[in-house]
Design a protein around this ligand. Structure first.
Ligand code: ADP
Length: 491
């Protein structure tokens, strides 16, 4: 049977909390599949000689993981991925750091991962590489002799070319990206930026539809918005445990209105701006005092990168300021929780909140927005306030779309959400729920794999595919299949 081989920087445990969109989306999507997942296990060792890979099997999923060295962690993970690529892709050149030597660490880890994958590869494996940490992995695999179909999905935004030019060795990086057969993006805007770069700064030539000829090869660029497993999430939100949690929420502090924000503690999430918008709400609409609470759940991430330590300090300072200035003995305006929360509890908190506040300054997709929608009670749903700079805003048009930099605009939108008549809430929620279900984690994977596995899905045109086609595509992929004839001469 043909295997799906996924490679990502970090492999999360198959159960439990994965505070990050990539882990959530892949774990949700893999429920129906046999797959092998390669990546870092989260451990660090001192020297390369101590690196050994381990294999673990969980139902239909095999995870092959290995540690990084401390130097890899510093240079590849913190140095190049998180201090250089992450800010650049989120248009934060002011925070980007291109420390000497880090790109070598990035090359080194990508080559090591490629060798590990290569050593276990079968000729008919479909390989799907995930995210910006591993852009050169595909070209490494090709150089090592892999003739398999290679796909890559970018979970974060693809910035305008003018911004990407700031990355040292951007031509090498982008040429490596073009060595995949299929490259997937979250939004149309991301794909357009990719085409602009490939045609304006590499020798890319647009072909029909979503393909590009570059360096004698054809690259297909698809849009597959990441999603969640809507069925299991909505079941969680309706569970008895969730109901008990919501009841507890109502008893503690007794706010009439609860606004919820759930984000990794990251400067791209617009957390200080969000708190300032909430403060504006209390100033502009003082009737919310003692009646409305913002619950912000923000587990720390990447604390070894300076910009992350700073954002945490700023956020905690603002929480203290707002609570000190506006709070009272019987009311805490901002409840700030700085740790991971079990997924069931999150689902309950979303359901028990009248407003979901998702206001990143820039975000590849944002699964929290989708989780909030799906967790709602259909008869009495809350309202999603969503940043126009989240990838999710391309689809979730019935949310209250805001500019997160405009504090007054966000404050007015929150007030509109709080006071929105029930019929309007239901109408908006119905439309949003349809879109979130249509674009769930399973369809994300099915659409990408159909583009990658062209022998089995030659006629699918994904941009035009209706929901019916997408479901059919999903079932085609899930059906048992004969040994495929994948050949490197396909393109
Ligand atoms: P990103 O990938 O940038 O972190 P997303 O919104 O796409 O952002 O995905 C975040 C994922 O992590 C969601 O599934 C969300 O439920 C989960 N998550 C975020 N914060 C927490 C938390 N405190 N506890 C548990 N899960 C969290």
């Amino acid at each position: 049977m043909q295997r799906l081989v996924i490679v990502s920087n970090r492999v999360p445990p198959p159960s439990g909390v994965a505070a990050g969109g990539l882990g959530t989306c892949i774990l949700d999507a893999l429920q129906d599949h046999d797959a092998v997942w390669f990546g870092w296990n989260g451990d660090l060792v001192s020297t390369e000689s101590e690196i050994t890979s381990a294999c673990a099997r969980y139902d239909r999923l095999t995870q092959i993981t290995m540690p990084l060295t401390e130097r890899d962690y510093r240079e590849h993970y913190l140095g190049f991925c998180n201090a250089a690529l992450w800010p650049v892709h989120h248009c934060r050149l002011d925070l980007a750091r291109f420390a000497p030597g880090c790109i070598e660490g990035y090359r080194r880890v990508n080559l090591r991962f490629a060798k590990e994958v290569m050593s276990r590869l079968r000729p008919d494996d479909l390989i799907w590489v995930q995210d910006y940490h591993l852009i050169p992995l595909g070209s490494n695999l090709r150089a090592l002799g892999a003739r398999n179909r290679l796909g890559f999905f970018l979970h974060i935004p693809f910035p305008p070319p003018e911004v990407l030019l700031a990355v040292p060795e951007h031509l090498w990086l982008l040429n490596a990206l073009c060595s995949y057969d299929v490259v997937g993006f979250q939004t149309n805007a991301d794909r357009q930026n990719f085409f602009r770069f490939a045609c304006g700064h590499l020798d890319g030539e647009p072909m029909s539809g979503n393909t590009l000829r570059i360096a004698g090869r054809i690259v297909t660029a698809v849009i597959c918005p990441a999603g969640i497993d809507t069925h299991s999430f909505s079941e969680m939100a309706k569970s008895r445990r969730a109901a008990a949690e919501i009841e507890r929420l109502r008893r503690v502090g007794e706010p009439l209105i609860n606004i919820i924000g759930v984000d990794r503690l990251d400067y791209t999430k617009g957390l200080p701006e969000r708190l300032r918008s909430f403060r504006r709400l209390l100033e502009l609409y003082p009737q919310n005092r003692k009646a409305t609470t913002l619950m912000q759940i923000a587990p720390p991430s990447r604390e070894d990168v300076q910009a992350y330590a700073q954002i945490r300090q700023e956020l905690e300072g603002l929480c203290g300021e707002i609570n000190g200035q506006h709070g009272d003995v019987d009311w805490t305006p901002v409840r700030y929780i700085c740790r991971n929360v079990a997924r069931e509890a999150l689902a309950a908190l979303y359901r028990g909140s009248q407003v979901g506040l998702v206001t990143p300054l820039r975000d590849g997709m944002n699964l929290v927005a989708k989780e909030y929608v799906i967790a709602q009670d259909e008869e009495d749903p809350g309202v999603l306030v969503l940043s126009r700079f989240a990838g999710a805003a391309e689809d979730l048009r019935e949310a209250l779309i805001v500019n997160p930099y405009d504090l007054d605009e966000v404050a007015h939108a929150i007030q509109r959400a709080i006071t929105m008549p029930r019929e309007e809430r239901i109408e908006r929620h119905q439309a949003l729920a349809v879109r979130v279900r249509e674009r769930d984690a399973h369809n994300w994977m099915a659409e990408f794999l159909c583009a990658l596995d062209i022998d089995r899905a030659p006629a699918l045109s994904f941009e035009l595919a209706s929901a019916r086609h997408r479901r059919a595509a999903r079932h085609a992929w899930m059906a048992p299949r004969p040994a495929p004839a994948i050949s490197s001469a396909v393109l």
